[in-house]
Design a protein around this ligand. Structure first.
Ligand code: CA2
Length: 147
């Protein structure tokens, strides 16, 4: 069975508790539960991790090699700053979809820059929690097409 890892970066553990006008009312636990339902439908094994620490996210990416066929990464604010995360993704040579709840391009200028985009297969942003199953379907199709 194909396995994919969904990685969530800093502050995403706060989803549903603050700034609902930007990030919605759905909690990360709700998102994970929905992803698990979607994974079953797609016959995918699913890893789902959140960390507020850059080094932990990098360790998770390194450990994904040989275990997962693809990554879905909502790196939070590290998206806009972290060359280290970009390098980690490039080093494992796994397809990676960059994901954001909000439309980062309609927000502040500093959110328009993404280091992750340089090593990503594609980007999904602006669809709120629905972006997670969208990204899973896109990764599933990519993995089927590339064998
Ligand atoms: O839209 C996204 O998914 C982001 O990755 C979310 C990050 C932000 O820095 C990126 O530019 C876009 C922030 C996540 C913070 O989440 C919170 C949730 C509730 C309350 C406060 C923060």
């Amino acid at each position: 069975m194909t396995a994919i890892l969904i990685l969530n970066g800093p502050n995403l553990n706060l989803l549903g508790t603050r700034q609902p006008e930007v990030y919605g009312h759905t909690t990360l636990a709700d998102i994970e539960a929905n992803c698990r339902i979607h994974a079953k439908a797609l016959k995918l094994d699913l890893g789902f991790v959140q960390s507020n620490h850059e080094g932990t996210l990098i360790d998770e990416i390194h450990a994904a090699k040989g275990v997962y066929g693809g990554l879905i990464l909502n790196a939070g604010a590290y998206t806009h700053t972290s060359i280290a995360l970009m390098d980690a993704i490039a080093s494992v040579e796994l397809p990676c979809i960059e994901l954001h709840l909000s439309n980062v391009h309609a927000r502040e200028e500093f959110r328009h820059k993404s280091y992750i985009a340089k090593v990503a297969l594609g980007i999904i942003c602006g669809f709120g929690a629905q972006g997670y199953p969208l990204a899973m379907s896109a990764m599933h199709q990519h993995l089927q097409a590339t064998g």
